[in-house]
Write a protein that binds this ligand. Structure first.
Ligand SMILES: CC(=O)N[C@H]1[C@@H](OP(=O)(O)OP(=O)(O)OC[C@H]2O[C@@H](n3ccc(=O)[nH]c3=O)[C@H](O)[C@@H]2O)O[C@H](CO)[C@@H](O)[C@@H]1O[C@H](C)C(=O)N[C@@H](C)C(=O)N[C@H](CCC(=O)O)C(=O)O
Ligand SMILES: Nc1ncnc2c1ncn2[C@@H]1O[C@H](COP(=O)(O)OP(=O)(O)OP(=O)(O)O)[C@@H](O)[C@H]1O
Ligand SMILES: N[C@H](CCC[C@H](N)C(=O)O)C(=O)O
Ligand SMILES: [Mg+2]
Length: 487
């Protein structure tokens, strides 16, 4: 694309050199990936400043640079106030506004985004749609999976892959929208048709200054809904049972659909029966009622089903299709995933890494457990430190045998993370085993018939990051190995 054409989307900028006759090969925010003819966008990051790599980009053949200040290079520099924001607009323009050509659902909230997104993808596939999905575990285009580094990647990645989805005839896409992404403008220009709110509880207070700031960031998905190009109806899908529901409703000028269990709302789960092997309820909606028999377990799973079903209903999917999809799905990788290796006790791997999700999962296990509950849990390093004592407190409140261990300590000292966790425990018994494999092994060794071992925090993850080094680690694999050596 001609640089002059690309720049039509930016209205306020200064230019240090003529940009006539420059053709842009692709947009790039990382100097290490620059190829001849690319437009390099300098982003001031949390670790380094992209402006410091302008020389490298020039040497590698960049045709021009977007920056927040003039730079000593000989290629044209286009100076903007906010290069993240400019990048989102340029990426959208460069890839021809791909989200205008699909039905796009964004899911935000503290817990349940990944699960709700997968449930919705299953419903859309049951509805015979070509689908796209972007989230914590991976990106999917129809049934092909691709790796992602963030739950909600940067705008360049997003628009590029939305364009790939358009090329693959994707009709319906669903994505998780993290509070970081909303705050950093990664999703500016994404033309959502439906915004879904799951719930709010404490997380990410390292990044956001307090809960109000965190909720404000999440609510941007709703305030920005319809703030785009496609003139189609937009819907805000809101959990009526969450304490913050009003904030999300008031943030949007679009049509609101509420869902829930406890309160009067548009889409509701009635005659709810929570069982150890699955859940049954009547999905009561403005377009009729249908009975759902889901293999998913726990009240929190019902909320995820309701969120997905509500988004599907406003996306014109029939109740019959929703029912079929919800009865066939076997759940999401690493979310309340049982490890079945012939043992006479239960082992569950779950991605609970917040106080609220840990409490939900332990409450669910407690409801059905016939014997002792063991929990192996840690907290991530370089993340919200205030959730550490709270997670430990929840663990001792519900479990009979608590083993505190390492999650992904990242750059932090594993022992000091554990000390932060221990500060939340007053008087109750617990064990500390720094090495995660040893901790899992201990729990499995100590488990007796009909006990349940919950291995929390890492779910689908297939690595562990200790002292900044990543190595292969999969809770499910380790659990299987420990069960095998016990038998
Ligand atoms: C705090 C944060 O969000 N960081 C994100 C940010 O990284 P950063 O600011 O450290 O980037 P940086 O390394 O300083 O680099 C700045 C710029 O210089 C460029 N650069 C750098 C080196 C070089 O040699 N040349 C060069 O051009 C980089 O490409 C970049 O454009 O930009 C990166 C690229 O987009 C992100 O991958 C990275 O996410 C990191 C991995 C991260 O951990 N983010 C978490 C906090 C996050 O965003 N989580 C949310 C929510 C998770 C959930 O609850 O589900 C998510 O959406 O994933
Ligand atoms: N609706 C819910 N309410 C509370 N807890 C939930 C809910 N759904 C799932 N959980 C718990 O939270 C964990 C994470 O679920 P999920 O991956 O779906 O959430 P997420 O919002 O995508 O998380 P992340 O922010 O890490 O991407 C699950 O393993 C489970 O323990
Ligand atoms: N999206 C979350 C995932 C946390 C998962 C946990 N295993 C950890 O590494 O802290 C985060 O980046 O904070
Ligand atoms: Mg997720």
């Amino acid at each position: 694309m001609k640089l002059t054409t690309l720049m039509e989307t930016l209205h306020i900028y200064q230019l240090t050199n003529s940009m006539e006759d420059i053709t842009i090969n692709k947009l790039e925010m990382d100097s290490r990936n620059i190829e001849r003819g690319d437009l390099f966008i300098c982003i001031p990051g949390y670790t380094v400043d992209g402006h410091d790599f302008a020389h490298m980009a020039e040497e590698k053949g960049a045709a021009a640079i977007i920056a927040e200040r003039p730079l000593p290079v000989s290629i044209p520099v286009i100076v903007v106030n906010d290069s993240q924001r400019a990048m989102a607009k340029l990426a959208n323009h460069f890839y021809h506004y791909p989200t205008q050509h699909m039905h796009l659902v964004g899911v935000t909230g503290t817990n349940g985004k990944t699960t709700t997104s997968y449930l919705l993808e299953t419903i859309f596939q049951q509805d015979k749609k070509k689908t796209g999905l972007i989230g914590t575990i991976q990106m999917k285009i129809n049934n092909e999976a691709f790796e992602v580094n963030n739950t909600t990647p940067d705008s360049l990645f997003l628009q590029k892959h939305f364009a790939q989805m358009v090329d693959s005839q994707v009709e319906n896409a669903v994505m998780e929208v993290s509070s970081h992404a909303l705050d950093l403008g990664r999703v500016h220009g994404c033309d959502y048709d439906v915004a879904v709110f799951t719930n709010i509880s404490q997380d990410h207070l390292d990044f956001h200054k307090d809960m109000d700031d965190y909720v404000r960031a999440k609510s941007l998905l709703f305030s920005q809904l319809g703030n785009t190009y496609k003139q189609t109806p937009k819907y805000a899908v809101v959990n009526r049972d969450d304490a913050y529901y009003q904030t999300f409703i008031k943030s949007t000028a679009q049509e609101v659909i509420t869902y829930g269990i406890e309160h009067e709302c548009d889409i509701r789960a009635e005659q709810l029966q929570l069982g150890a092997k699955g859940t049954t309820f009547t999905l009561s909606t403005p377009v009729g009622s249908v009975e759902i028999n889901s293999p998913l377990i726990g009240k929190f799973s019902v909320y995820n089903i309701l969120a997905a079903a509500s988004a599907a209903i406003v996306s014109n999917v029939s109740l019959d299709t929703i029912k079929k999809a919800m009865e066939q799905t076997s759940g999401v990788s690493g979310r309340f995933e049982p490890v079945l290796a012939g043992q006479d006790f239960g082992v569950i791997v779950d991605y609970a890494h917040t106080p609220d999700s840990l409490e939900n999962v332990l409450q669910t296990i407690k409801q059905f457990a016939n014997n002792k509950i063991h929990v192996v849990v840690g907290c991530g390093g370089d993340r919200d430190t205030t959730k550490r004592p709270l997670m430990a407190k929840v663990a001792v409140q519900y479990a009979d045998n608590v083993i505190l261990t390492s999650d992904n300590p990242r750059s932090e000292d594993p022992v000091s993370i554990l000390q932060d966790m221990e500060a939340g425990i007053e008087g109750q018994a617990y064990q500390v085993v720094v090495n995660r494999r040893d901790a899992i092994e201990l729990a499995i060794t100590q488990a007796s018939e009909d006990d349940v071992v919950l291995i929390a925090g890492k779910g689908h993850e297939t690595y562990q990051e200790v002292h900044g080094e990543r190595s292969h680690f999969d809770d499910r694999e380790v659990a299987r190995e420990c069960i095998a050596s016990k038998m």
